[in-house]
Design a protein around this ligand. Structure first.
Ligand code: GAR
Length: 221
């Protein structure tokens, strides 16, 4: 079967992009990275794409100005680039822009995100600080389909990590990030193989032969 084409959208260092590039380097991985787009010209992840020989594009949101019309124009430019590259899935990987409802609807069922908490807890920003402050004992990360409401879309997979005594936001972020790098490729694999999908009702459906351990890491049942 032909490999599915992925776009990865980044704003920063791109370690999750790297995990997807590394996974896609294996011939039996069911997807390839066809395009990397950054909204920031200085995103460290762009160098990772270049090193891997993957086409990359910067669409600088600042070039579009401010306000709703600018936001719509930026998302329109993104959509045009994604349509031109004919991608099957779009992975947000540390892409720190809120997308318009129109964009999210256009790419419904194809647009996924990774977030460094066990959603629906700790949506939004400064997640690690807030988890330490709240004193949670189990943290983790989530891969989910993107819907218009931020960090609220149907969940594809999660991985959990313990919060250890003495942790600060940085040590916790590092522990979660290690799991992010396992979880994102695992979830992309399920989608690219067609074993998981977003239904018309807006829930994630898995084929019956998908074991519970595929989308759930640490603890695997
Ligand atoms: C990751 O921890 C990712 O989960 C988070 O940004 C980081 C990007 O790191 N994303 C969000 O917080 C989205 N709301 P990376 O650039 O090294 O992949």
């Amino acid at each position: 079967m032909a490999r599915k084409k992925l776009a990865v959208l980044i704003s920063g260092r791109g370690s999750n992009l790297q995990s997807l590039l590394d996974a896609a380097a294996a011939k039996d991985f069911p997807a390839e990275i066809a395009l990397v787009i950054s909204n920031k010209p200085d995103a460290g992840g762009l160098a990772r794409a270049e090193k891997a020989g993957v086409p990359q594009l910067t669409i600088n949101h600042r070039d579009f100005g401010k306000g709703p019309a600018a936001r719509a124009a930026f998302d329109g430019a993104l959509s045009d680039a994604l349509a031109k590259a004919d991608v099957d899935f779009i992975c947000l990987a540390g892409f720190m822009r809120i997308l318009t409802e129109e964009f999210v609807e256009r790419w419904r069922g194809k647009l996924i995100n990774i977030h460094p908490s066990l959603l629906p807890s700790f949506k939004g920003l400064d997640v690690h600080e807030r988890m330490i402050e709240a004193g949670v004992k189990i943290a983790g990360c989530t891969v989910h389909f993107v819907t218009a409401e931020m960090d609220a879309g149907p969940i594809i997979g999660q991985a959990a990590v313990p919060v250890m005594p003495g942790d600060d936001a940085d040590t916790l972020a590092a522990r979660i990030l290690t799991e992010e790098h396992r979880l994102y490729p695992a979830c992309v694999k399920l989608l690219a193989e067609g074993k998981a999908r977003l239904t018309a009702k807006g829930v994630v459906e898995f084929d019956s032969d998908v074991g519970a351990g595929a989308p759930l890491l640490n603890p695997a049942p």
